[in-house]
Design a protein around this ligand. Structure first.
Ligand code: PA5
Length: 466
């Protein structure tokens, strides 16, 4: 057993009419069956290429590992330049598997692997300060962009390419840059070919937020010493389960179905709350996957539907002292997905220092492991008492295999929820609109009409200058 998914507290038997009844599930079973058939058909037609990733990458894995072994000793840090789906997965997997203070460890404790950073913003302070702690000449920069045109990533690339060439010359800079992009489309592949950069490809049918199991995630993970074969093996095991048409036997389907039914009742927020620091960024990765895939204005027939669920990131136990008050007594508009761990990698025992002090004595001799697990159970109980839908995904232990399973399950759940909502879970027109507005602001050729739209906006009235 690697993952256990307990959805009892989503059900009406436990939380009354705020939950999902078996009657509701049964009534929708033709819809669930049709959505399953659509998933199978699309997979067969090559329209769900992320489903094949656990099975078709042995050659790529071998190439990545050979490249990693050839390069790792000559660099101090591996730096991802990417954003959104090109950054969140690598961060989540690194945090899940490696030491929480990985970069602060001596190199020997990192098994000889370089430090790891992700530059996923264009805040001018961030890159400047990064180069105060690493020497760019001793870094390997992984430029990751599916479209090859995202302003944030490409601007970072241009800055770093210039910096490296000025210090190392063209030849030296070439050895410090590796690109991950679409094989045919976009500017990055053109540049990579012209400059002779080492390049990995994102399959054209796999979108950014579904790309963690492509070289987008595999290359950074390999450079951090993560077992990428085990990651893919975990995903492959989950793929077998996720082929099942019966929703009770398919963890991704049941996850999506329960969310879908409650969405129809106005539950428009889904909180992911890991009780493990190792899983902290898993909720960031999931927040993008769920929000960007399902938040859509139009359904597949072009009707305005304005669907989706706001994904919220919380942290157990920290947010018990911040958010749980709202989750238990605020509006009935949330599902709380708790992520728990049976076997943490470390055990910490609390000393029996204050046995005779009522409020502290009970802590003496127990472990922090027990404390965090009991606090998670207490939150589950508080949510149950308040009749708030929650489910718990428990890792036996957090390792490559179980992380691969979770990533893949949540990706299939998202795609299946897209089918249930009858929307395209794989596009992001709202994001594109923002990208296009940026291009227009800067007067990029081809965006003249957009620039006109921006210029005719009403004059600002709601501004207060102090
Ligand atoms: O999921 C997506 O498609 C997006 O979040 C992209 O990953 C993000 O916009 C970055 O795009 P690109 O990889 O093309 O630079």
């Amino acid at each position: 057993m690697n993952l256990k998914i307990d959805y009892n507290h989503m059900m009406a038997d436990f939380i009354g009419d705020k939950g999902v009844s078996l009657g509701e599930i049964n009534a929708l079973s033709p819809k669930f069956q049709a959505a399953h058939e659509a998933m199978v058909t699309k997979r067969g037609l090559g329209k769900m290429d992320f489903r094949d990733l656990p099975h078709n990458q042995e050659g790529i894995v071998q190439d990545i590992l050979a490249y990693r072994d050839a390069m790792k000793d000559e660099v101090d840090a591996f730096i991802v330049l990417g954003i959104g789906g090109s950054a969140l997965g690598p961060m989540a997997v690194q945090q899940a598997i490696n030491h929480p203070y990985y970069n602060e460890l001596p190199r020997s404790a990192r098994n000889g692997f370089p430090r790891f950073y992700v530059a996923d913003n264009v805040d001018p302070e961030r890159l400047t300060y990064l180069f105060q702690i690493v020497d760019p000449c001793k870094c390997l920069f992984n430029v990751v962009s599916k479209s090859g045109s995202t302003s944030e990533t490409m601007s970072q690339f241009m800055y770093i390419q210039h910096l490296l060439e000025s210090k190392l010359g063209k030849e030296g800079a070439r050895r410090r840059i590796v690109c991950t992009t679409d094989e045919k489309n976009g500017n990055l592949i053109k540049i990579a070919k012209e400059e002779g950069y080492k390049t990995y490809f994102i399959p054209s049918g796999v979108g950014g937020r579904f790309s963690q199991l492509t070289p987008v995630g595999l290359l950074p993970a390999a450079f951090c010493g993560i077992d990428i074969r085990a990651l893919l093996e975990g995903a492959a095991v989950m793929d077998d389960l996720c082929k099942n048409a019966e929703i009770e036997k398919n963890p991704a389907y049941i996850y999506a179905v329960l969310h879908f039914i409650l969405m129809q009742k106005g539950v428009n927020i889904s909180v992911m709350m890991p009780y493990a620091d190792s899983l902290r960024y898993m909720s960031d990765w999931h927040a993008q996957l769920w929000a960007e895939s399902l938040g859509k204005r139009f359904d597949n027939a072009g009707n305005e539907v304005f669907v989706g669920q706001t994904s919220v990131k919380a942290m157990g136990v920290t947010d018990q002292h911040s958010q749980v008050q709202l989750y238990t007594e605020g509006p009935f508009d949330k599902i709380i997905v708790l992520l728990g761990v049976d076997n943490y990698r470390e055990t910490l025992t609390i000393p029996k220092t204050y046995q005779d002090v009522g409020s502290l004595g009970f802590l003496g001799g127990i472990t922090h492991n027990k404390l965090i697990q009991v606090e998670q159970m207490a939150t589950e109980y508080a949510l149950l008492q308040a009749k708030r839908p929650s489910m718990t995904i428990t890792f036996d232990k957090v390792d490559e295999h179980s992380v691969g399973q979770l990533l893949y399950m949540l990706e299939v759940a998202t795609a299946y929820a897209g089918e249930l909502l009858d929307i395209n879970a794989f596009d992001q027109p709202g994001v594109e609109e923002g990208k296009n507005a940026t291009y227009a602001y800067f007067g990029r050729p081809g965006y003249e009409e957009k620039k006109k739209e921006l210029d005719v906006r009403p004059a600002k009235k709601g501004e207060y200058i102090i």
